[in-house]
Design a protein around this ligand. Sequence first.
Ligand SMILES: Nc1nc2c(ncn2[C@@H]2O[C@H](COP(=O)(O)OP(=O)(O)O)[C@@H](O)[C@H]2O)c(=O)[nH]1
Ligand SMILES: [Mg+2]
Length: 384
Amino acid sequence: MIDRGPGMRLIKSAPQMPGRGHLKPESSFRVTPRSEAVRPPVSIFGFLKKSGSAEDAAQSPAEATAKAPAPAAPEDKRPSWKDRLRAGLSRTRATLSTPVGDLFRRTRIDEALFEELESTLLMADCGVDATQFLLAELRTRVRRDKLESGEQLRGALAEALTALLAPLERPLDLSSAKPFIIMIAGVNGSGKTTSIGKLAHHFQAQGKSVLLAAGDTFRAAAREQLVEWGRRNDVTVIAQDGGDPAAVIFDAIQAAKARGIDVVLADTAGRLPTQLHLMEEIAKVRRVIAKADPTGPHEVLLVLDANIGQNALAQVKAFDAAAGVSGLIVTKLDGTAKGGVLAAIARQQPKALRYIGVGEAIDDLQPFKAAEFVAALLGTDGNE
Ligand SMILES: Nc1nc2c(ncn2[C@@H]2O[C@H](COP(=O)(O)OP(=O)(O)O)[C@@H](O)[C@H]2O)c(=O)[nH]1
Ligand SMILES: [Mg+2]
């Protein structure tokens, strides 16, 4: 049972399906703009360590969470997204850019340079296929444009990599359906629940109303993480103690329809894709969403931890077969040297890369932009 704390009021249950179980508790909680404003924009996981404050508990509850203002923008003192992106990619850049940076300081482009570049790209987890592709592109450009210096080669690599990644840059358009139902899938620890929190914030900032479905019913902690996040950010969470994930998500969609919510974000469980029953479960969630709304799900987002490198390709395959993945989120690009995996994805599993994550703060997840990413990665943004 979820502790809703004093001063909270349950939202009226959504209409029940005949013959279905009792609707689970859900929490909705208005946090005034004032208290939002004083809350420091630190890690969104801070709440895991705290219990609800007296101040929060004293807030008056709100029924229409959809009307709630978007959370206050983080303080201006934080570095810009571009700076955080550069900082986040620093380890991959250290693999790519320092050795590549050394290569780029050479005055001659020769076979030895191409060989070293090859091992550098492989070390950054671009994978064999994307590495060969990029090298072939570079050889063509060197010949065609009569490139001579390492610095020119750096520019050529930036161009080739941007062209390779550009097809992944397909931002999510929420306007085609209401509610726009997003199913979030991925193995445990990839960053699903965290990304849901960040996305809810991102969508609210665009003036959208959001409802979350705590579909990871296998782990109480996962449910509580989402419920607590929703409570603190004035977002309704549909949750249930244990039980059937598909039923929770079904109820969430009914509730979203009844309340005119813009976006439903459905969390799901995640174990290793080699455990067949998980894939069956994911497929079932998708089917049940389609029962609740024949046009949905409108997006199946697979969350990938960048640290897994080439393994990401296998995960895309497995989840795609089970649930038809339409978009990707790659998290934890900070703290990994394997950012090159995006090149492998572009070559072998070219799914729309909707968002990338470079940290734990609420605004550390942003739409993917190929040129911006490459500039931050190769130091071609004039800030090496
Ligand atoms: N450094 C970093 N950590 C992240 C990022 N995204 C998620 N995490 C961390 O990854 C861990 C697992 O995240 P969680 O959302 O619980 O994963 P889930 O099991 O897929 O729901 C958490 O400790 C998060 O703090 C990111 O972009 N950067
Ligand atoms: Mg989770």
